[in-house]
Design a binder for this molecule. Structure first.
Ligand SMILES: Cc1cc2nc3c(=O)[nH]c(=O)nc-3n(C[C@H](O)[C@H](O)[C@H](O)COP(=O)(O)OP(=O)(O)OC[C@H]3O[C@@H](n4cnc5c(N)ncnc54)[C@H](O)[C@@H]3O)c2cc1C
Length: 412
């Protein structure tokens, strides 16, 4: 396998670099470098998305006819890597990264024409309503109810009346749209009778309550739905067969992004920090070397996975592997970052970092002073926030279960 970039690849890389030099502001770069979670503040993401969209680059993974770029896997890889290394803020993943591919795969022509452009230009901000209090890993047990009601067109037409709740909803307090899994029937298997429904968060009957993370940030939410009326036209895929749609979306949730470029950037920062401070023991250097080797291996696997995506496939079982490898490697890195920051990591000073959302109850000092640097200030919140990596998008234990089942199937 030849891993050298071709002259055309290098020309493309230079085009991306030119765009970044022109469009990515220093303010954006600085804010991204100080991010404490995997989410940039929504306003920052949307500002960056607007610049990408103006260039036609907001959704490189979509088919070209839907608003994608038509790039090869290598180009998409180069693009992601250049953006990450330059410090561009990540986009909120639930719209372009998750709901978009589902609408492209399962939506009607009308749904695609309506929702996809609004997703690209940031008119709609999406969140994901899968989990409930008793339904996380055992997602098929979900209970949020949707009852179909027939109505004349003059009265808004056929609709569903939805009652129940969703939990852990990332960006639920900022999004105006949510894609939900709802129970439309009780059938023989729990996976049957689930429907994938698009719900307007501003509809009467929707209430949002905050959940604060260990690091104090408000990113997740608890959402209740009290007889919320949703047009039947908002069903994606077939009624009662939402499980098929849900599983397809989860492949993009787990395997649609690259983990290695941002970890390379973090390793380089940690390395610079340790060298500048004369910090770091031999043990740390050895562990950092092992992490670097694992990032290289993950990098090659991600490129391979992206290559099969470009042939029109979904991430498939590779999504589970990537999720486990990427999140656990990231957690190992946060441990070293925390160790490198030493006692500076223990001061709580969110004003020196870029939290993924508001930090309620924190009263920042009037100036930018603090203990240590913004690099050391983010070590603890990043560490705490990253614990969730092995839980969200389906816990890593569940991913290992999927991998095992897949192995058993292929051995038969
Ligand atoms: C930061 C964060 C953001 C999130 N964002 C969203 C969001 O935007 N939208 C959304 O819908 N959900 C979201 N989630 C929810 C997430 O998908 C669930 O937390 C996850 O699926 C685990 O479910 P649970 O929390 O109910 O844990 P449980 O399912 O109760 O699991 C508890 C523990 O038991 C283990 N376990 C359970 N079943 C098995 C099994 N069969 N085999 C082996 N081990 C098992 C799990 O691995 C876990 O360690 C988010 C979660 C977090 C932490």
């Amino acid at each position: 396998m030849n891993l050298d970039w071709t002259p055309a690849d290098l020309a493309f890389r230079d085009e991306v670099r030119g765009f970044l030099t022109a469009e990515l502001t220093q303010e954006m770069r600085t804010a991204t470098a100080k991010m404490t979670s995997v989410y940039a503040p929504v306003a920052l993401s949307l500002a960056w998305q607007a610049k990408l969209h103006a260039r036609g680059w907001a959704a490189p993974d979509w088919p070209q006819e839907a608003g994608g770029t038509g790039w090869s896997p290598v180009q998409r890889y180069i693009f992601t890597r250049e953006l990450t290394e330059a410090g561009a803020p990540p986009l909120s993943p639930m719209g372009i990264g998750m709901c978009g591919p589902v609408l492209i795969g399962y939506g009607t022509a009308e749904q695609q024409a309506h929702w996809l452009p609004r997703m690209l230009n940031g008119d709609d901000l999406w969140c994901q309503g899968y989990s409930e209090t008793e339904s996380g890993s055992d997602l098929a047990s979900l209970r949020m109810k949707a009852v179909r009601v027939s109505a004349p067109a003059a009265d808004g037409g056929d609709h569903f009346v939805c009652t129940g709740h969703k939990l852990w909803t990332t960006h639920g307090h900022e999004a105006n749209m949510i894609f939900c899994l709802v129970r439309t029937a009780q059938l023989a298997k729990p996976q049957q009778g689930i429907t994938f429904l698009l719900i307007d968060m501003t509809a009467p009957g929707v209430s949002v309550r905050p959940i604060l993370s260990l690091s104090g940030e408000h990113i997740q939410n608890y959402i209740t739905f009290d007889e919320v009326r949703v047009p039947a036209a908002n069903v994606v895929g077939a009624v009662d067969d939402g499980w098929t749609v849900a599983k397809y979306l989860m492949e993009f949730e787990r395997g649609g992004s690259l983990y290695s470029p941002s970890m390379r950037t973090r390793v380089a920062r940690l390395h610079r920090f340790l060298a500048a401070e004369g910090a770091g023991t031999n043990g740390m250097t050895r562990r950092l070397s092992l992490i670097i080797a694992d990032i290289e291996a993950l990098d090659a696997f991600e490129l391979q996975s992206m290559s099969s995506l470009s042939l029109g496939g979904a991430p498939g079982v590779k999504a589970s592997m990537l999720k486990v490898l990427g999140t656990e490697l990231s957690q190992r890195l946060t441990e070293l970052e925390l160790e490198g920051a030493g006692p500076y990591a223990s001061a709580w000073q969110p004003h020196l970092t870029t939290p993924g959302g508001d930090v309620p109850g924190f009263d920042p000092p009037g100036d930018n002073s603090g203990v240590g640097s913004s690099y050391t200030a983010k070590a603890m919140p990043k560490y705490l926030n990253d614990r969730a990596g092995s839980i969200y998008a389906g816990s890593n234990e569940i991913q290992r279960g999927i991998l095992w089942q897949n192995l058993e199937r292929s051995a038969r």
